[in-house]
Write a protein that binds this ligand. Structure first.
Ligand SMILES: [Fe+2]
Ligand SMILES: [Fe+2]
Ligand SMILES: [Fe+2]
Length: 417
């Protein structure tokens, strides 16, 4: 299948934007770091490939900071082992991905692994790109989204200079000094906008898009043992259910991708809420309820993914208009969106959670049938699920078991585990 062309960076930017929605202090942090790192890399004469890897590392560098506390901690200048933890987790999340047409993301992962290691520690494993990323990250914190950045530039430069030879590599700082007389640099750092060479770095087939889907699923799910396998379960259930409903093979592949994206907006929900052992209060519930809006608004930046976006983001919409956040009705919800809504409820009820085992099939089917009868879910899709339940459930369970194994091998405890 070769009938689409998507920018790898646009996709990765969706992931980083969703991550940065978690708190107002973090808005555009990843993008800002990528822009600053890009300017430094150009000034330092990095090759195109080195720049590409550094930009990707900038957009993804804090993906291993799983909780809100860690995300905010990563902004602080007090260096301690916490830094190494999120950098190490980020490394493990991203290594081994091999998106069609690109080298494996191993180098990107390695850059991220050492993005908080002070220059003075001179670890031979650390590439210069990690040092540039470290400088870009600290600059991003100092610059922030302020509009008065030109007035602050000198004092920011002064603060950074103090740490030359300690935290920062002198060569990277020399590049910053050369850039620092350009207003353009500071203004872009403050209001980041990444410009990519649009012709390069594109995903051109379904396999490449699926690999991106796998990456999204891992970053979304592995934040917490409570969600560790949910995305994998929804993706495979939606794909199979779409097939049983007569959708084309191409659409079933795209449904799988939409399944990987469906809870993208959950990256904006702090782990402290995802893992809360007690019932959520109203404010916390409102944060959770916003997640499909975030999925939608982040993916909206890629017009060619519009259909996939509607399949992904409308999974809490209901045919009777009582879903959220758009309150769409039957006339607005395509078969793909209806399949995704059923796949999400089916997976949520059937999957084992850390605090309970999955519901037995009879009860689960009873609930789905009630939801169809009540006008919330599509009755044909629910009936098709009923007819093929055994096969679907086996695939769901084995896919989630595999994801759980991967999560355990990943070996990250998020506090409540
Ligand atoms: Fe970091
Ligand atoms: Fe950061
Ligand atoms: Fe959801």
């Amino acid at each position: 299948m070769n009938d689409f062309s998507l920018s790898l960076f646009d996709l990765v930017r969706c992931l980083s934007r969703a991550m940065d929605l978690i708190d107002s202090h973090l808005v555009q942090h990843h993008e800002r770091v990528a822009v600053i790192a890009g300017h430094l890399a150009k000034e330092l004469g990095f090759s195109l490939e080195e720049r590409r890897n550094l930009l990707l590392a900038g957009l993804l560098h804090d993906s291993g900071a799983l909780s809100l506390e860690e995300r905010l901690g990563a902004l602080s200048f007090d260096s301690d082992s916490e830094f190494h933890r999120h950098a190490e987790i980020g490394f493990r999340l991203l290594k081994d991905f091999n998106v069609e047409g690109f080298e494996p993301l191993d180098e990107v992962a390695r850059i991220i692994r050492y993005h908080h290691l002070p220059w003075r520690e001179k670890n031979p494993e650390v590439s210069f790109s990690s040092q540039v990323l470290l400088l870009a990250d600290r600059l991003s914190v100092l610059v922030g989204p302020q509009r008065t950045v030109l007035g602050e530039a000198e004092s920011i430069l002064g603060k950074v200079e103090e740490l030359s030879g300690e935290l920062f590599a002198p060569e990277a700082l020399a590049a910053l000094r050369r850039l620092s007389h350009k207003e353009f640099f500071w203004l872009e750092a403050s209001q980041p906008r990444i410009r990519f060479e649009k012709s390069a770095w594109r995903i051109r087939n379904l396999e490449g898009l699926k690999e991106m889907g796998r990456l999204f699923a891992k970053v979304i799910d592995f934040r917490s043992r409570f969600t560790a396998t949910h995305t994998s379960g929804v993706a495979v259930s939606a794909e199979m259910l779409g097939r049983f409903c007569g959708m084309s093979e191409k659409d079933c592949g795209l449904l799988w991708v939409a399944g990987c994206f469906h809870d993208l907006g959950k990256l904006a929900v702090p782990n402290e809420i995802l893992e809360k052992p007690k019932a959520l209060n109203e404010a916390e519930f409102n944060v959770v309820r916003a997640h499909t809006f975030h999925t939608y608004s982040v993916l909206e930046a890629i017009p060619s993914l519009h259909l996939v976006n509607t399949w992904a983001s409308f999974h809490h919409e209901r045919l009777d208009g009582k879903g959220y956040p758009f309150h769409l009705g039957a006339g607005d919800l395509s078969l793909g969106s209806r399949v995704m809504a059923v796949a999400d409820v089916f997976t949520a009820l059937s999957e084992d959670r850390p605090y309970r085992t999955g519901m037995d099939p009879e009860r689960m089917r009873g609930i789905l049938e009630q939801m169809a009868l009540g006008g919330a879910l599509d009755s044909n899709v629910v009936a098709t699920l009923g007819e093929n339940h055994r096969e679907l459930d086996q695939m769901r369970a084995s896919t989630q078991a595999k994801a759980l194994e991967e999560y355990r091998a990943f070996g990250v405890s998020t506090g409540n585990a």
